[in-house]
Design a protein around this ligand. Structure first.
Ligand SMILES: *Cc1c(COP(=O)(O)O)cnc(C)c1O
Length: 431
């Protein structure tokens, strides 16, 4: 925690939460979102932006514009819509690149997250005899585990030996940085690919992505990340860190709407490699020759060359609305506010623990560098679900994860310090 974070709050006084809100330079962004209301019309406290981000107010206009242009122009909309559909994904490129620290040529929005992980593994998981393992973190999101396991089988290898899961030390919940790096250097020779989450969805731990990439490359393996919980949450520099590839969804912190189009990053150094196989489709074809409809595949020499199908315009219109907001706010400012909010929540819980008979355990790392917005809490022991249900009834939208974790993610675009304060009050009331 830096000194600014430490000095911003040193008491349990609700006036402090108010003062933090008044000093918050990003507070006006809240008005750009629809806040789901309670039955009485007042907003619920929404701490679930890590699961489904809220709807920007202008999303409606952006999607409606495409519906209007479709009604007005039919097929001509591909060229004459106000935002022509043919190159629609290009309207998202610059903002997406800034969001993840990439060159514009390194990112593209397409498909969905798990689909993209598979497509990227086609290119970047190249098992050979003696080096055929994939390393993931134990407790990875189930879809990622299924994807990785099925890729190993697809290549004719056995997941029982080739799927390596990094587990925390006995009695610990999060992985220690030195253990991750040690494991990679000790077992690196047999690992073909590291594919870890950026932020673990359950514990909220943010992994040291740059160090993992360096350690992996030192041992000659490919390094990719699932950034579902990191995009729009953590500061990322994928290009400078030389990450080989990454994929993320856009409906969590990025507010792109349910089932929104996914995002991918492919490092520049791989764009023109002819030794990497890929699954091809017409939208990855060189734009000059695409509509000549010829038989030869000549891929676009950027991340766009991995596209298969034409752009899902309605879903991209929704994402465009949200990415503009991210661009206005800036990831650095958002991350600064996010660190402060999450540290404030941690502080309030720790302070209340001091005088409460029943305690709340925070399983997310306390180092702000090792977490994003989310704190994962154990509250109420075996009665944890009851605590969660009471919070829900009181208008707090958090997220329950079996068997005993409440995930709360105050997000810097639309949450307030007063909401964080109110949550801490109710949490201890219901313990
Ligand atoms: C949310 C999430 C997914 C969801 O995958 P979809 O393909 O978008 O349904 C996958 N992996 C991780 C780590 C996630 O957090």
């Amino acid at each position: 925690m830096n000194s600014e974070e430490q000095s911003a709050y040193t008491n349990l006084n609700p006036e402090t939460a108010l003062a933090l809100d008044l000093a918050d330079e990003l507070q006006s962004f809240r008005t750009q979102f629809h806040l789901p209301p309670k039955p009485d019309g007042t907003p619920q406290i929404y701490f679930c932006g890590n699961s489904l981000g809220l709807q920007p107010r202008k999303t409606h206009t952006y999607v409606e514009q495409e519906l209007e242009d479709w009604a007005r122009l039919g097929v001509e909309g591909h060229f004459h819509a106000r935002h022509p559909w043919m190159p629609y994904h290009e309207f998202l490129t610059e903002q997406t690149a800034r969001l993840v620290g990439a060159l514009p040529s390194e990112v593209v929005n397409m498909n969905h997250l798990t689909v993209n992980l598979h497509l990227l593994m086609v290119s970047f998981y190249r098992p050979v005899k003696g080096r055929s393992a994939i390393l993931i973190e134990k407790g990875a999101f189930p879809s990622d585990r299924y994807a990785v396991e099925s890729q190993i089988r697809f290549h004719g290898y056995n997941p029982e030996t080739e799927l390596l899961e990094l587990a925390p030390r006995a009695g610990e919940i999060c992985l220690r940085q030195e253990d991750i790096l040690d494991y990679i250097s000790k077992h690196g020779d047999k690992i073909a690919l590291v594919l870890m989450g950026g932020v673990n969805y359950y514990t909220g731990q943010l992994f040291p992505l740059q160090k993992i990439t360096e350690a992996g490359h030192a041992k000659g393996m490919m390094v990719g990340f699932d950034l579902a919980h990191a995009a729009g949450n953590a500061l990322l520099e994928l290009h400078n860190w030389e990450v080989d590839f990454a994929a993320w969804c856009t409906y969590k912190y990025l507010n792109g709407g349910p089932g929104g189009v996914g995002g991918v990053f492919i490092h520049q150094k791989h764009h023109t490699r002819t030794d990497l196989p890929r699954f091809a489709g017409w939208w990855g074809q060189n734009k000059e020759s695409r509509f000549r409809m010829g038989p030869e595949f000549d891929p676009i020499p950027t991340a766009e060359g991995w596209q298969l199908s034409n752009a899902p315009v309605l879903s991209m219109a929704a994402l465009r609305a949200s990415l503009e907001i991210f661009d206005q706010a800036g990831m650095t400012s958002l991350r600064n506010k996010s660190r402060l909010m999450t540290s404030y929540l941690e502080y309030l819980i720790q302070e209340r623990n001091k005088t409460s008979e029943k305690k709340v355990e925070i399983i997310t790392p306390s180092d702000p560098e090792a977490r994003g917005a989310q704190l994962s809490l154990r509250a109420g022991g075996t009665e944890g679900k009851k605590v969660f249900d009471q919070l829900l009834a009181a208008g707090i939208i958090a997220d329950w994860r079996y068997p005993d974790v409440i995930r709360v993610a105050p997000t810097p675009l639309y949450n307030t310090f007063q909401e964080v304060y109110r949550f801490s009050e109710l949490l201890f009331l219901f313990l």
